[in-house]
Ligand binder design. Structure first.
Ligand code: PXP
Length: 238
């Protein structure tokens, strides 16, 4: 059964716009789980532009399954160890980007990632690597001992939205998913996804988890979190 992870970062973005406490990402997380989300994703960015340390602290005291996205740094690794989320997804991070623009450079960051995964595994935290759909990156992920990979779906999502021919990109993701599964890696997918992208990528049976944020939070303004999560679960669990 495929799972839906709901990224609540942008509830914090709205809160931070006024510097107060409303809307609460903690309440959003609890509500999302109540409405059928399988887990909650938060990206604790180095510049803390959305979720902050206190949010993570409070979330870590709940029973909600938390997938914490962090940059590949020792400082962020230590924060993860402190709060012990269920899962950690390592992502590339650039200060000026609007959102995570691409997958990790596993060659350049090999030693650091190897160390972080080893350490997180000691704390029984499941690790995932956010990568581009490339066979070489799957091989490196396996060598690095990660339990999961999350395939960056930003490119195919843009192609689908702009009505471009996405077949090559789809086949690339499909091939990478099968190969990763064959190597024993759990396959996740995320970035830029909406209903249509999810419907298309849901045809890849090896993908076990979708992590979706911006669209879910944006759509919830109009239709409510419950209806939006229900609609996604209907697509994913069919
Ligand atoms: N997965 C990862 C690793 C991400 O970094 C992000 C964006 O923070 C997402 C999924 C969700 O992307 P979106 O907000 O575009 O749905």
């Amino acid at each position: 059964m495929k799972r839906l992870g709901v990224n609540i970062d942008h509830v914090a973005t709205v809160r931070n716009a006024r510097g107060g406490f409303h809307p609460s990402p903690i309440l959003a997380a609890k509500n999302a789980i109540k409405c059928g989300a399988d887990s909650i994703t938060v990206h604790l960015r180095e510049d803390r532009r959305h979720i902050n340390d206190n949010d993570l602290k409070i979330l870590s005291r709940t029973k909600i399954p938390i997938n914490l996205e962090i940059a590949c740094s020792i400082k962020m690794m230590n924060i993860a160890i402190k709060y012990e989320p269920n899962f950690v997804c390592l992502v590339p991070e650039k200060r000026k980007e609007l959102t995570t623009e691409g997958g990790l450079n596993l060659v350049k960051n090999y030693k650091k990632i190897e160390h972080i995964i080893k350490k997180l595994n000691q704390y029984k935290i499941r690790t995932s690597l956010f990568i581009n759909p490339k066979i070489k990156d799957i091989q490196y992920s396996k060598k690095l001992n990660s339990q999961c990979i999350e395939l960056h779906t930003g490119k195919i999502s843009e192609m689908i939205k702009n009505k471009k021919n996405y077949l090559n990109e789809f086949n690339k993701i499909k091939k990478c998913s099968s190969y990763a599964k064959l190597l024993g890696l759990e396959v996740h997918a995320g970035h830029g996804m909406d209903y249509k992208t999810t419907k298309i990528l849901n045809n890849i049976k090896e993908i076990e988890e979708f992590n979706i944020g911006h669209f879910i939070i944006g759509e919830s303004i109009m239709f409510g979190l419950k209806n939006v999560i229900k609609k996604f679960q209907k697509i994913i669990k069919k």
